[in-house]
Design a binder for this molecule. Structure first.
Ligand code: UDP
Length: 455
């Protein structure tokens, strides 16, 4: 019998690479061979950020193909990434699979591609290989993408995805209602980017029909209405839980693990953990207000400040005297081992941009949230946290759109002085973990999937 050989292809962004790597690791544990395809650019970053031990431990084969962008082009420009992928990456993927199948004993038997790369499912279909779409975000977001034709028909958006007027979209009860201006393709960059992303979504809505499975890193317990609305989406998550299998493999930045020792020295449930994922950038004023808000809160904090968080010089990034004043009361790192941080008993709350991975990581660790969304799906996730699960609070902005220091202090106090938030967060954690534990719905779904890959 042919040993299943899976080719896994993530969208080239941190929040997509980590969960697909996690899924791949689980499949390797079931005896499958996995070839994981990053872009050349991200492959270099992943290799640089990986520790020697994870390199030795890892049984996933890491390979790469060009992303079609010039070396100096901005990889955070999602429109450019999407366009280049549809031409260059598409061709390179076909070449890679052909090469593997000609040269190696174990031919590719299954392609698992990020749902955002629907073209990869088309390549697999042309090559007569079995196909799986992987969705590393909320099921509600994919259900929303699936509803694009209906939104056009109802005159909510035009053929380019542009809202015809400001209104709330309610897909179903208990799915967060979303403002048209916060639709994922609307709040993702300039108008060209918005158009490219919307067109890609429409194409993906068609290509995803070629997939035998649409796997989603969420659970029925977390999003019952979304999975009822779009039953073709199948929950296998939340995979990124405290029992995370992959150590640092897949990170674009090297983890600073020294912050765990600093956390060990802090009182239980005292620390504010602040992280904005891999994309978010800050305007200098807002960055200062956040720093001063943390100082004002007078609680210990662990803050992830990526080297590329703003276009101001890092040496002058902080308010005058801030670093001296906070001393060892606050810790700043450029990339944290986030899973471990969120599972640490000293952490009291998570001030987060509400990327989906960060959201489910906080949920899986029973940590309440302060939500600071920026773009894409982060507003939808904020609404899950604050309105549906009620495990966090959102910030208010002033007339200039700034979240002021006193607002930060006030929400920190409100969240941490009200034990109901922590209580609900712990209940939600239990619910989330139940899904992935033996016999849980996501666990059963994953096992069925494994059997299918074997068959
Ligand atoms: N992350 C991390 N260390 C950090 C910040 C983030 O390991 O200091 C990880 C985090 O655990 C999550 C991913 O990076 O798995 C970010 O994904 P998310 O969907 O939350 O946000 P995005 O980067 O896509 O905006």
């Amino acid at each position: 019998m042919v040993k299943p050989h899976i080719l896994a292809l993530p969208f080239p962004a941190q929040g997509h690479v980590i969960p697909l790597m996690e899924l791949s690791k689980r499949l390797v544990n079931h005896g499958f061979k996995v070839t994981f395809v990053n872009t050349d650019y991200n492959h270099k970053r992943v290799m640089n950020a990986m520790s020697e031990t994870s390199l030795e431990d890892d049984q996933i084969r890491l390979v790469s193909i060009p992303d079609g962008l010039e070396p100096w082009e901005d990889r955070n420009d999602l429109g450019k990434v999407m366009e280049a992928s549809q031409s260059v990456m598409c061709e390179k993927l076909e070449e890679l699979i052909t090469r593997i199948n000609e040269l190696e004993g174990d031919k590719i038997t299954c392609v698992i591609a990020d749902e955002s790369f629907g073209w990869a499912l088309e390549v697999a279909e042309r090559m007569k290989i079995r196909r799986v779409a992987f969705w590393p975000a909320a099921a509600a977001l994919l259900a929303l993408a699936f509803s694009a034709p209906e939104l056009i028909n109802n005159g909510v958006i035009d053929n380019n995805g542009v809202p015809q007027k400001s209104q709330m979209i309610e897909l179903a009860p208990e799915i967060p209602a979303i403002k048209t201006e916060n639709l994922v393709w609307v709040c993702i960059g300039d108008t060209t980017t918005q158009r490219i992303i919307f067109q890609a979504i429409c194409r993906n809505n068609q290509s995803v029909k070629l997939a035998d499975w649409i796997l989603c890193n969420s659970s029925n317990d977390l999003e019952p209405s979304a999975f009822t609305l779009a039953p073709e989406i199948l929950p296998i998550g939340p995979m990124l839980a405290s029992n995370r299998l992959v150590n640092s493999a897949g990170n674009f930045w090297e983890e600073d693990t020294t912050c765990l020792e600093w956390l060990d020295q802090q009182p239980p449930s005292s620390v504010i953990y602040i992280a904005f994922g891999s994309f978010t950038v800050f305007d200098k004023n807002q960055f200062h207000e956040l720093a001063l808000g943390l100082e004002l809160s007078k609680r210990p904090f662990l803050w992830v400040v990526r080297d590329d968080i703003g276009d101001y010089s890092t040496t002058h990034a902080y308010p005058e005297g801030f670093l001296e004043r906070i001393g060892s009361h606050g810790r700043i790192v450029s990339w944290a081992p986030q899973q471990k941080v969120l599972g640490h008993p000293s952490v009291a709350c998570f001030l987060s941009h509400c990327g989906w991975n960060s959201t489910i990581e906080g949920v899986s660790n029973g940590v309440p949230f302060l939500c600071w969304p920026y773009f894409a799906d982060q507003f939808l996730n904020e609404s899950y946290v604050c309105d549906v699960w009620k495990v966090g609070l959102r910030f208010s902005r002033n007339e200039s759109g700034i979240i002021e220091r006193k607002e930060i202090k006030s929400k920190v106090d409100q969240l941490l002085d009200d034990e109901m938030f922590k209580g609900r967060a712990l209940k939600l954690k239990e619910l989330a973990m139940k899904s992935v534990m033996k016999g849980g719905q996501s666990d059963i779904m994953f096992k069925n999937f494994v059997e299918w890959v074997k068959s």
